[in-house]
Design a protein around this ligand. Sequence first.
Ligand code: HEM
Length: 571
Amino acid sequence: MESCDAAHPYTLIGVLLRPPTSAHAGAAACPGRFFRDYTSRATNALLWIALISVTSLLFRRLARLVRLWVQGSRIPGPPSNPFLARSKLIAGCGSLGSLTGYLAELHETYGPIVRLWLSPTQLLVSVKDTMLIKEMLIKAEDKLPLTGRAFHLAFGRSSLFVSSFEKVRKRRESLAEYMNGKLAVGANNIPLKVVECVMGRVDTIMGKGILDCISVSRQLAFYILGSTLFGDAFLDWPKAGMYEEILMTIAKDGCFWASYTVPPFWSSTYWKYQHMCKRLKHLTKDIIQHCVERYDLLSQIHYNSHKENKGNEKKTRLDAPVLLDNATSGGLFQKEMEEYLISKEEPCGNILGLMFHGCLATASLISSILTRLVLHPELQEKLYSEIIEVREKTYKLDSHDVQKMNLLMATVHESARLLPAGPLLQRCSLKHDICLSSGVTAPAGAILVVPLQLVQMDNAIWGKDASQFNPCRFFSEATNHKGKEYEDFGGSHFFSEPKKKAAFLPFGYGTRACVGEKFATLGIATLIASLLQNYEIRFQPGLDNDPKPIMNDCILQLLPSPKVVFVKRSK
Ligand code: HEM
């Protein structure tokens, strides 16, 4: 008989090779030993399983990395070792002023597709040729995981702005339908109310001191989007100012904190950021509550859920805000609103994400337009005449009338061309390699980008004056169609040349293109028309304003925000 203390082969192979009889005999002779034996073997087996899983995971990662290096090295680009990538990148961007400047030089040397190592595990592939851009933006369906993480960290669970296309596909479809239908109608009425609301505030701010284009644009964007999503109740919501401030602060830091793979729990600044995100969520719940009280949403939802049983006809509320009106008709935010009302814990991720992206992008475009208008008083006068001409034939200015204003629409497009919301359109394909018709294969996981400023200001496509502000370049087709209403306005009707059309990408293109393009274009144009109809925008007198755009190599720098005044027009 074996002693209880006898040495056992506590290894996987040992366990497998051991004759079963001895174990049974030992266990029968000493019952405590059976359990000890059993526990040790189970622990051993678990450790082995863990070791094998971790090793295979590491091998898979290593294999993916080697694949990335091999495939990356086949794409044209500067000869660089992925391990020395960061220092090369910093040197390249430093000497040429920005990443876009560096990419411009690389495209000049290596052609329309260029690779650049950002770190040993991060490969950036930049595409500049318009046909290849289209192909890439259709084939690459995912966004960078960093984007999804930034939204998730700041706003919580969401079914929009998530990295994987599979996860956003359904929500995108319902949102697109909603935006292109109801919001386009809502855009008719909102801007004038927003202009009145913001101008009331602008008068107060001007009384206190100086007003700059960026802060006015932020307020306009914030209120136009807020009142579109939440209804008129948003305009008199007392906490709107605080909401805007927190939203903008979170916008600045989002990507920085999301860049940590493990959240930096040790940093007090991180907790301050988290605290701010929490406050924003509370404020979102507050505005929903405010709307609920204003429009008696609860009874609407209740009424709605019982209407089929009772056979009642649906009541139409003409004054209902888009969000709430939509809630009653079973669309966009009904799920969020109902979940919130039931659980009181709904993080409102989609609402916050839309407010965040919509406000930032819309504010940037409005600011770009206002700056052009102050710089070009003659354009302002022409636009005013165009607005008055259309206005005389109509009862009240709406988005259908605005589509007839060719110069105004061209001004919105030209401003978007010269200053897109971000310097790069980014995509990636999480699972599959992307094979392009040029023969280049971008490996799965690579960061695929379109350098927007280079494409939208390419002399070869837009002509020698590509970097100049000239709304008339969009006119070729618009003038031919003068007087015709653009039912399907999507930003492309002005172009007669397919090359230019393909090189105009401020709202992206393809599978993950902006869902709010039509709404934003029409909403902003209607807003600018309402603004110019009532006010003239001028430089603040007595200040040293030099807002001329700066050209650095081929890259247009951000416009400085000129200090402005709004002068009421005499009717
Ligand atoms: C001037 C205003 C705007 C600009 C310049 C803009 C621009 C963009 C761009 C460049 C993208 C990425 C497209 C791509 O990767 O191909 C995007 C995505 C998106 N935009 Fe906008 N946007 C604006 C306003 C809005 C508004 C007002 C909304 C809705 C309220 C909106 C909703 C979205 C959504 C949901 C996505 C994400 C699509 C996805 O990831 O699947 N946008 N936008």
